[in-house]
Each structure stands twice: as C-alpha cells, then as structure tokens.
Design a protein around this ligand. Structure first.
Ligand code: GLP
Length: 245
C-alpha cells in the first residue's frame, strides 16, 4: 500500500484529485467508484472546479456508488443518491443514466443485491474512492463482515449510527439498515484511493496500516490490494509509527 501523508484536508483533496483526474484523462470512459460522507467532498469540489475551468469531461464516465440507506427514496435529502447529485453529478457533464447506486426503496432486498452485483461484475471500477469509518469500516462493511462478501443488506452498528447522526436532525432518524457493496466487490477495483482526515480516523488508519489483516477491521483487507493508495492528513496519521510514513 502506498501511504501519502499530507498537511491537511485541502492537500488530501488535491492529491486525491490528481489521481482521479489521471484516470479520467487516460480513459474518458472510466468507471469511477464513488463514496459519500464528508471526506470526499473536497475531492468532488476539485473535480467540479476543474470541469468548469479546464473542461475535463465526464460525459462518457460511469459511476458506481458504494452504499445506500435502506428506506430512503433517491429524492430524500439524506439519501446517498441525493448526496451524489448535489455534491458532484449536478455540476459536471456526467449523464445521470450512467450513475449507479443501490435502490434504497427496493422491495426485494436480495433481488436488488443481485442486480447490483451483476452490474459490478460487468463494470468494475477503474478507481474506487473510499472513506474510512471510525471503526475501520469501508462502505457499510462493518467489523466482522466476511472478506468474501458481495453486495448485501446490513444492520448498521451503534457507532456508525452515532457517527452519521450528525447529518440528521436526530439519531432516531438515521436508518438502521443499508445496502453496501461487499469487500470482494471493492477489492475488484483496479485502483483504490482511501482518504482519511482528522484525529477521529487515527485509530482506523492505524488498523488499516499496521494491525492484523482481519475481518474485525474491514479496511485491513486493502493491504492485500496491489494498487491501493492511502492519502491522509497528519492528524489521521498521528498513530502511525514514524517508519511507515
Ligand atoms: C459512512 C459511509 C462510508 C464513509 C464513512 C465515513 O458510513 N458509508 O462510505 O466512508 O461514513 O464518513 P465521513 O467521510 O463522513 O467521515
């Protein structure tokens, strides 16, 4: 795993942008694996700015998102589908029909997982963007998830519900279940870019880089990927031993 430690959030976003832009420039039909959460917002801003200023086009790019809350319609402002439109898709020239995410309102959860797995089998990301949960989760693959998992429905842990409640008016409103790509789907991406910033991610970053490769720390599977880059700020890297930085 390549580890890049930068000063702050802005530098992290700028570095991530360089990597994503290189993929899209090399292949205008690239498949981008997108993530939600606060972490990739700076990257998405940089993509939007670059699209406006330099004309980088996404008209033939396809996206697949990691996860979606169950029970939220795509027009619901808390849904990840809405998040992606508001924070990226509405501001670049991507065709909405080329953007994919699990349907949080699917009545048959297994059929929805099967549909998404079939899509991913055909369109595995050229690059997958990842944030990190403070408990070491990636997408919504919570500690204990099998390394062999594919898209599935999950019960969110209390710590994830608490972490994500800052974006809802109360903890009670956070959905308890979600669809998520599995760890095996994520590992199938050609390239992976993991982003982490802030001291509340330091433990998860340590687990990702230094701990055992174990299903108890879902992110640790990324050490087995042949092209994975972690970009984190100094606060998120604060528990890493000096020789790893
Ligand atoms: C959620 C998402 C993850 C994301 C994580 C971290 O649980 N399902 O994909 O990486 O939150 O979020 P944030 O970037 O806001 O810290």
């Amino acid at each position: 795993m390549n580890i890049v430690v930068v000063k702050d959030y802005n530098e992290m976003s700028a570095k991530a942008f360089e990597l994503i832009k290189a993929v899209v420039t090399e292949n205008p039909k690239a498949v981008l694996g997108c993530a939600t959460g606060s972490t990739p917002l700076g990257l998405y801003d940089a993509m939007i700015r670059d699209h406006r200023e330099n004309g980088t086009s996404y008209k033939d790019v396809m996206t697949v998102n990691l996860d979606e809350y169950m029970g939220l319609d795509k027009e619901n402002e808390q849904s990840y589908a809405y998040f992606m439109r508001k924070n990226l898709f509405d501001h670049i020239d991507i065709k909405l029909e080329n953007t994919h995410i699990e349907n949080g309102m699917a009545s048959d959860a297994q059929a929805e997982c099967d549909r998404y797995n079939a899509l991913l089998a055909e369109h595995s990301p050229d690059v997958q963007i990842l944030g990190l949960g403070s408990n070491g989760h990636i997408a919504f693959n919570e500690p204990g998830t099998s390394f062999d998992s594919v898209t599935h429905a999950v019960d969110l842990t209390e710590s994830t519900i608490k972490d994500n409640s800052r974006l809802f008016s109360s903890e009670d409103e956070v959905p308890r279940r979600a669809f998520t790509m599995g760890l095996k789907n994520i590992m199938a991406a050609k390239k992976i870019v993991v982003l982490a910033n802030g001291g509340n991610k330091a433990k998860a970053v340590h687990g990702l880089v230094c701990g055992a490769i174990t299903e108890d720390v879902p992110a640790s599977i990324l050490r087995m990927h042949s092209d994975c880059t972690l970009i984190c700020d100094e606060a998120a890297a604060s528990l890493l031993p000096k020789e790893r930085i």
